[in-house]
Design a protein. Sequence first.
Length: 297
Amino acid sequence: MPEACSIPSYAEFSGGDSASLAGGAAVAGAENVAGDAGSPAQGGDAGSALGGDASVSGGDSGGNANGGTSGGSPVGGSPAGGTGGEVAGSGGTGGAVAGAPGGSAGAAPVTPTLSVVFASASNTLDLTAEGTLDWVHWGYPDTLGIARKAGVLNPLIGGLSGVNAPVLHDYSNGTTFSWTDGNAPYVAEQTQNYLYINKPDSGIDLPIAADTTLRTLRVYVDVFSGDGTLNVSLSDASVAPYSKTLTAPQDVSLRDKVKIVYSAGKPGQTLHFNWVLSDAGTGSSGGNITLAAATLQ
């Protein structure tokens, strides 16, 4: 008899949104401060060598030490008349502060995508070759066995969760799966094992990482002598969800590869692959659905 186990319900998780901040406006320096004109009471004419106006530019330097510009009359001006020119511009240093860099040009608009296609599964499949980003195989060497692609620190293909408390069984038949880059102890293996569920209205939910990057997910499933219903959706609801029911005639098995091309409308999202035995049928051994492997590229 095949082994069986149950798996718990799945608690959804998703990453947070990100936002970009535009650069701040540049801060200009204060206005230039002009020096005081020489006081007529002290005999200084405006423009006198000692009593003329001394301009201060942007705070870069103080006015003329004597407070005046050259070219005036050499007599009559008092040094006191140019004290205003000795004061450095109060806004000079402010003018030297540049604004933060402005934001970069806006990226091209993201077009969320969800395309689902069914095709017959091949007799053999190399998970290493197909799962360039990530891959998972279930049911080897037994019901609790899970083989994953090695070296993926943050797996893009998440862990299974149960829908309506399914009971999982393992069996060996159909497509032969192989890999050469698995995590220990299943580094390089070859197997026909898979999981199956024969409890009506129960199944699995498989979460896959999603963002604005276009990716291709392939999931290897089967429905035998009954109905299997697939629901695929993105957590940000940026694309309408997909739903389809596959019906296998009595005592007939439909071995399929589900190819899903997808991208979300923003980062930190989740694609949900929901696979349920919606009708166990009337076959001699009862209907079931299966799950063997998933690849991502």
